[in-house]
Design a protein around this ligand. Sequence first.
Ligand code: IPE
Ligand code: IPE
Ligand code: MG
Length: 259
Amino acid sequence: MTSSSTQAVPDTPQIPRHIAVIMDGNGRWATKRFLPRVAGHKKGVETVREMVRNCAELGVEYLTLFAFSSENWRRPKEEVSLLMRLFISVLENEVSRLNENGIRLRVVGDLSAFDPALQKAIATAEHKTAANTKLCLTIAANYGGRWDVLQAMRRLLVEQPGLTPEQVTEEAFVRYLCMADAPEPDLFIRTGGEKRISNFLLWQLAYTELYFTDTFWPDFDRNALHQAILSYQQRERRFGRTSAQVQAESAAVSAQAAC
Ligand code: IPE
Ligand code: IPE
Ligand code: MG
């Protein structure tokens, strides 16, 4: 993580640098149309494609999408295996296009639970796009926020066994989290009407602006994204300070820029 919102007040860009999304509502989108749930997941892939394009155009630097949670294994076996197959086919079909558009792909989560063929497809896609800088697209798959914190703590203990409790600082710890290379999300979006975090980026969302919409993920178009960003732009990000302090600081920044 490049800077910590609890250690120092971060910049507050007009266009979020990092957007994190829980893409929810695929199943209900399909059911409403008397279609099988998988039709919603397939349509959801189209929305992902469009979302990536729109974010790249707007200058968003990091887009993190929750595709499969550590709790989603509880779903019926058929749905889980359909989702896995869809994931493989998306990786195979989309990576060249991502690469042509300068997009870097990363997949975070406990990948050891996936089929070896899927693990290989992920490694190949990450390798192929590693040098791209236009937008970093991270897919969270078999990801859980609690798992992330635990795996980070375990790696810290293994790699730095001599640390005293006082040496276990935020700085020492966060380098082991899955999203260590990205800034904390500025904007979190959850589609599909539920107002919960569902074990997504628990550590990283500490000061993220939260946006919930009833729109199902397959319907989340460019206009819906603009609405979310507009809502974000109307927030006052105080990070613990008072409103008067925030306003005084932004007046001082504007005055300095005018000199
Ligand atoms: C989100 O849509 C996609 C995944 C969790 C894989 P859902 O499948 O949860 O759709 P709903 O919530 O049942 O409508
Ligand atoms: C959260 O959606 C996970 C993903 C979008 C991948 P769910 O639909 O699984 O969340 P819950 O179970 O309703 O909280
Ligand atoms: Mg859901």
